[in-house]
Design a protein around this ligand. Structure first.
Ligand code: XMP
Length: 326
């Protein structure tokens, strides 16, 4: 597919049948483009890169080399899911790099949000570069560019994002879903057999939990955030809110308050719940979470997560609050 413009005649992919037709067409195009050469893909585990990976595995199997960089700021279980699905179930050529220490060492004592973002973005490129330099005979770079990326920018996946790769990586691009909207990518993902939870995953910023572990990141507070976030997600799954709410997460600020546990003073961080609905992330409204669900989440987080002694809820729409706290 050479054009970056979606033809008017292209029907919206809404059914498994249409998705299968798209998949067959793309398999033929990918094979024609790539031949017997190798393709490299930064696989974050997000919807777009996962669907591209599954499509390329179907088209060219082991000629695809997936690199998953764990920057230590993933949500609970995410890197494990990438390894399970792509490494094991789909038997992909997957290189897994646990770069947690590199990232967290660099981020130590860095409190400014923009500096944190820059460090994470730059280090991601460095790690990916180092890994790709070790590989031989790679001719193509696959990207999970989707149509809104092209409409919003110059066609290269969001520059501010982790995974936005440097322009010097002068490889020919393979972008099989670049004319699709997000909902179509999801239909294609399901037709490819990817798990529902992966295909309908809520948006997650490239710098990951780095923008939710506020101020200078420490390992213990990052751990508490990850565990509290996992509880929130589990409880949203249990009560059906996960299907309904656009984005929901926990942020943990870098201050403590006094509490009491087992009759003793217990200083801990607050966990802040944010659950928002939006169409385009430019404006957002607050989901009204039923009180019984809030009580259950509060009870679980304060009892199960070391270091957290209060649960708060953010009722601020966007504007005036952004979705992330940073
Ligand atoms: P804000 O906080 O600006 O966020 O209201 C709007 C939406 O963008 C997501 N977000 C990001 N997504 N890379 C991404 O792919 C990023 O660096 C990034 N930063 C924020 C945020 O989660 C929200 O959905």
């Amino acid at each position: 597919m050479s054009s970056n413009i979606r033809p008017d005649s292209m029907a919206r992919i809404t059914t498994p049948e249409l998705a299968n037709a798209f998949i067959e067409e793309q398999i033929a195009e990918i094979r024609a483009q790539v031949g017997d050469k190798k393709v490299l893909l930064a696989l974050s585990g997000g919807v777009d890169s996962s669907v591209v990976a599954a499509l390329l595995i179907k088209a060219i199997g082991k000629q695809l080399v997936c690199v998953h960089v764990n920057h230590g700021l993933m949500r609970k279980g995410e890197s494990e899911q990438v390894i399970e699905i792509f490494g094991k179930e789909l038997d992909a050529n997957l290189i897994y790099i646990d770069a947690t220490d590199r990232f967290l060492d660099l981020l130590k004592d860095v409190a400014d949000p923009e500096t944190k973002r820059k460090i994470i973005g730059n280090e991601f490129i460095k790690v990916f570069d180092e890994e790709s330099a070790k590989l031989e005979g790679i001719s193509f770079l696959a990207q999970g560019t989707i149509y809104p990326d092209i409409l919003e920018s110059d066609g290269v996946k969001a520059h501010h994002n982790v995974g936005g790769l440097p322009e010097e990586m002068a490889m020919e691009l393979v972008e099989p879903v670049k004319l699709l909207y997000k909902d179509e990518v999801r239909v294609v993902g399901e037709a490819l057999g990817l798990p529902h939870a992966m295909v309908y995953r809520q948006p997650f910023p490239g710098p990951g939990l780095g923008v939710r572990c506020l101020g200078a990141i420490t390992r213990d507070r990052l751990h508490a955030l990850r565990e509290a976030d996992a509880i929130l997600r589990e409880e949203f799954d249990n009560c059906g809110l996960a299907e309904k709410v656009w984005q929901y997460f926990i942020a943990v600020p870098d201050f403590k308050s006094v509490g009491v546990r087992d009759g003793k003073r217990y200083e801990g961080w607050p966990a802040i719940i944010r659950a928002v609905n939006t169409k385009d992330a430019m404006t957002a409204t607050i989901e009204e979470i039923p009180y019984p669900v809030l009580h259950k989440i509060t009870d679980r987080i304060t009892h199960e997560v070391e270091g957290i002694n209060r649960v708060l809820i953010d009722l601020t729409p966007k504007p005036i609050g952004t979705i992330e706290w940073e």
